[in-house]
Design a protein around this ligand. Structure first.
Ligand code: OGA
Ligand code: MN
Length: 286
């Protein structure tokens, strides 16, 4: 029996919707390769109508790299910080006994790329919709290949060799917070223009939430350039808005897209299950 897998673009900007595959069942290596190629071609894949247990989602994550399937809850150090390997997380505003069950709980989030503050950022993120509010809470995806390609040649030449500092401060709600991020927060340096290792295409690598500054440029000159580039990347022509349905499974490529979230009613519940995908040769992460 041959499966007929149907791949349809999600939007003119990026993304594809994939039907005709049941991710609860084993997937042969040829199909896994085909899915990886679709991921490279479209940058965001949506598998609607999947009914997945956590183990199914982790198996899927492993088709795309090293799924972060550790048990991060179990081990804690003397300061009660998690020391376990990265694993499943919920993205949710739900509280049980007054405690949040997940991360990234409330409201709007600025554009960013997951793990950009690490030497080796997550290659991809998978998110599976369990409970979705009646309105809002959309995830926006920006195509950073297209944003790069649309820049004037003069700007491309100017930014070609620049390096940025990227910081993780998910509590930041505006640029001032990111610029003034606490020096103890984790950060890394990355090139502003990268070549995607699988597609060979050039892409911008920066975001309003996480890029703190440009190394080797005076602060105001760097910030002016960054603001211009953030505005450029966030133009509607480069952005697809995903309106979640329960049982959607998404995977996105953090190497050539940014994502953001729109606001949603605080009194409604939102819950998604998340596994990141690391580069296979990255050190094991907590
Ligand atoms: C994430 C994230 C956005 C959302 O899981 O990394 O940014 O829409 N999620 O919840
Ligand atoms: Mn994110």
């Amino acid at each position: 029996m041959t499966l007929t897998i149907d791949i349809e673009p999600l939007s003119p900007v990026l993304g594809a919707s994939i039907r005709g595959i049941d991710l609860r069942k084993p997937v042969d290596v040829a199909t896994q390769k085909m899915l990886y190629q679709a991921f490279i071609d479209h940058s965001v894949l949506c598998f609607p109508g999947q009914e997945l247990a956590a183990a199914d989602q982790l198996r899927f994550a492993n088709f795309f790299g090293r799924g972060d399937g550790g048990d991060r809850q179990k081990s804690r150090d003397a300061n009660n910080r998690r020391t376990g390997q990265r694993g499943m997380m919920y993205v949710s505003n739900i509280r049980e006994n007054g405690k949040l069950i997940g991360v990234l709980p409330d409201g709007e989030m600025m554009f960013h790329s997951d793990g950009a503050h690490r030497e080796s950022p997550y290659r991809a993120t998978t998110l599976y919709a369990i409970t979705i509010p009646s309105q809002g809470g959309n995830t926006l995806f920006a195509n950073l290949y297209a944003a790069y390609e649309a820049l004037p040649q003069k700007t491309k030449d100017k930014i070609e060799n620049l390096v940025t500092r990227i910081v993780y401060d998910y509590e930041a709600v505006d640029r001032a917070d990111t610029i003034a991020a606490d020096p103890v927060l984790p950060r890394a340096q990355h090139r502003l223009v990268k070549t995607h290792p699988d597609s060979g295409r050039k892409t911008l690598y920066l975001s309003r939430l996480m890029t703190q500054d440009i190394v080797d440029l005076p602060a105001d000159e760097g910030e002016e350039l960054l603001l211009e580039l953030f505005d450029h990347c966030e133009k509607p022509e480069f952005v697809y808005a995903h309106e979640w349905k329960v049982d959607d499974l998404l995977i996105w490529d953090n190497r050539c897209t940014n994502h953001a979230r729109t606001d949603f009613p605080a009194e409604e519940q939102r819950k998604l299950r998340r596994y990141t995908v690391s580069e296979p040769d990255a050190p094991v992460q907590t």
